[in-house]
Design a protein around this ligand. Structure first.
Ligand SMILES: O=P(O)(O)OC[C@@H](O)[C@@H](O)c1c[nH]c2ccccc12
Length: 274
């Protein structure tokens, strides 16, 4: 008996799937559809009449840990997390539990969010609201402001350096702040160079979706001194949150642990206890 297998054809290398690239593409495709309905001039009018932006920076810079609590129905890594039929009511619960700001995922294809969720949350609470999406076009920054956002997420891995700088400048011109997200040393350097005031270290690699909870502790010392440091993703317990704080996080961004818990306000309180 021979155990020689058929090696007649060399294995074809599978392209490494890049989830981030897919998410950016689908976010942009959705944007183009909305742009058809609401042209640039109209979104600018809507932005001008939106609720005035709230500056999140003073609260993030104050003593102690701040939490950004996320409205998240689903994710590419975990599928469905929670139905969240009433994002406004969840946002009120977060605010009562002591959240400093609320993140609303507005991406539809994998996160099941929408700009309507953001509008509803903005109307329900008086704390800052973050538009969490795959933003790479100025139009998305305008629509964030038109929907009432105070902050936008800018993911360094999804942007050229000039785009990052330009989108951050536009957010500032519209009275918003940018949460500039990084996952590698090079990306920290780019966020620092862009002069980002709020830098989030994502423990999750958005290209592969792998989580490494040590990423924040490893990269935090490289973040410019005057920036607010945000630890993002994979923080499931109070111990995880306290550990991030111990390693220098001024802010933690938490989704899954809150939306899947029975009592999000209570979970938040345990995160905020010393
Ligand atoms: O649900 P978690 O593991 O607590 O993670 C929240 C948040 O960090 C995560 O949703 C996130 C961080 N950066 C992103 C960029 C895009 C989409 C989602 C994210």
């Amino acid at each position: 008996m021979s155990d020689i297998r058929d090696t007649g054809t060399a294995p074809v290398a599978e392209p490494i799937p890049d989830v981030l690239a897919d998410l950016v593409a689908s976010s942009l495709a959705d944007m183009v559809q909305r742009q058809d309905q609401i042209p640039q001039a109209r979104v600018e009018e809507l932005a001008a009449s939106a609720p005035r932006p709230i500056d999140v920076l003073p609260a993030f810079q104050s003593q102690g840990l701040s939490v950004i609590a996320e409205v998240k129905r689903a994710s590419p890594s975990h599928g469905d997390l929670a139905a969240i039929p009433d994002p406004a009511s969840l946002a009120r619960t977060y605010a009562e539990g002591g959240a400093t700001a609320i993140s609303v995922l507005t991406e539809h294809s994998r996160f099941r969010g929408s700009l309507n969720d953001l509008v509803a949350v903005r109307a329900a609470v008086d704390i800052p609201v973050l538009r969490k999406d795959f933003i790479c076009d100025p139009y998305q920054v305008w629509e964030a402001r038109a929907a009432g956002a105070d902050l936008v997420l800018l993911i360094v891995a999804a942007l050229e350096q000039q785009q990052l700088v330009d989108l951050q400048t536009l957010a500032g011109e519209l009275g918003m702040r940018a949460l500039v997200e990084v996952h590698t040393e090079d990306e920290v350097a780019r966020a620092n160079d862009a002069g980002a005031a709020i830098i989030g270290v994502n423990n999750r690699n958005l290209k592969t979706l792998d989580v490494d909870r040590d990423t924040f502790a490893r990269l935090a010392p490289l973040v410019r001194n005057d920036a607010v440091k945000v630890a993002e993703s994979g923080l499931l317990s109070a111990a995880d949150v306290h550990n991030a704080h111990h390693h220098g996080a001024d802010v933690v961004l938490v989704g899954q642990a809150l939306v899947t818990g029975d009592d999000p306000a209570q979970v938040l309180r345990t995160f905020l206890e010393d």
